[in-house]
Design a protein around this ligand. Sequence first.
Ligand SMILES: Cc1cc2nc3c(=O)[nH]c(=O)nc-3n(C[C@H](O)[C@H](O)[C@H](O)COP(=O)(O)OP(=O)(O)OC[C@H]3O[C@@H](n4cnc5c(N)ncnc54)[C@H](O)[C@@H]3O)c2cc1C
Length: 337
Amino acid sequence: MMVTIAGGGIVGSYLANLLSQSHEVHVLERQSPEGFKAVCAWGTSYHEMRRLLEEVDLEFDEYVLHVGKRMTVDLGKEAVDVPLKGLCTFDKRRLILDLHRRIEVSYGVEVKRAENLKGELAVDATGFHRVLLPRLEKDYYIPTLEYLVRYREPPIDDFYVRPLRPLSGYLWYFPLGNGLAHVGAGDFYKRHVQVLEEFVSRHDGEILARVGRPVRITPPHMTRPHSSGSVFGVGESVGAVYPVLGEGIIPGMQSARIFHELLNESKLEEYERALTTHFSPYYLAFQYIRKKIRKEYRTIPDVRLLLGTFLHMKLNEERYGMKIRLRDWLKVVRTYG
Ligand SMILES: Cc1cc2nc3c(=O)[nH]c(=O)nc-3n(C[C@H](O)[C@H](O)[C@H](O)COP(=O)(O)OP(=O)(O)OC[C@H]3O[C@@H](n4cnc5c(N)ncnc54)[C@H](O)[C@@H]3O)c2cc1C
């Protein structure tokens, strides 16, 4: 088949590499390769990423920048040290550009309408913008701001996060090696700029870049339709983002795999069902986070949302790159009400 993919971010590029094994693929990307920005903290889980990239014959180890041992969750009065199981940072920009080199990409093309695209099938991989699919009636997203900072003496040597009350976002510090770090914050209540500025002014460092954009946390259960005519959405365009963490790299690549498999089996009519089934734990996690954000969470009636989210992560520790312990969760929950 001839497939046009709008958006050459991590998900569109990965999908193009999967599809190019048996289809004719063309990616349209609005950025240029020189100025290409992969807006993200570049954090992921080593094991899952390695598996996903093996499918397109790429060695993830070549892109890894820092492998964490522990993540400090700063709760204010106390801190929780979460042992890590593969949480790492990687050079996402270089990986995307390497994925581009193996396929046909047209740069500097801003896609606006599906009608103008060539091919039998089009894919919306434009992330938050979702330019080719119908606008969502209800969309939930977290505004963010992130700095790339160079430290002569890094203030923290491993992953660090500080959740914001009432679990409406968090500040992050993700080491990138060689004294560099992505320091950012996102908050539903828009206090992220202030929180980030406070952190950056307390620790001496040189700010090399400033980026920011919203992250969609509306899960696939609520981003229907996932297709419209011959256009199918993958990645953040259809809400493939884990709402508790705002983590969209692995979920987006998983959505690309689902699309690829169904296309090869000529079963694309099952895409919506497959997507919602795969991401059903995300719907539960979203309901938990939404209740926390709205300050509607009630300990007894809503306990299934908390336990369901905990269990999902506990059963997928390698996938999330961290050890999930009940006592850590209870400390966070107790601190944040
Ligand atoms: C500050 C921040 C930090 C984050 N940190 C992490 C993290 O550490 N780990 C993690 O897993 N997730 C993180 N995320 C989420 C993650 O970055 C995204 O969910 C993921 O990149 C989504 O991938 P995507 O390819 O679907 O969309 P995107 O990465 O947004 O890529 C979309 C691509 O489409 C292009 N495009 C957009 N509109 C058009 C158009 N009209 N025409 C042509 N091209 C277009 C864009 O230029 C871009 O290249 C973070 C997000 C933010 C904002």
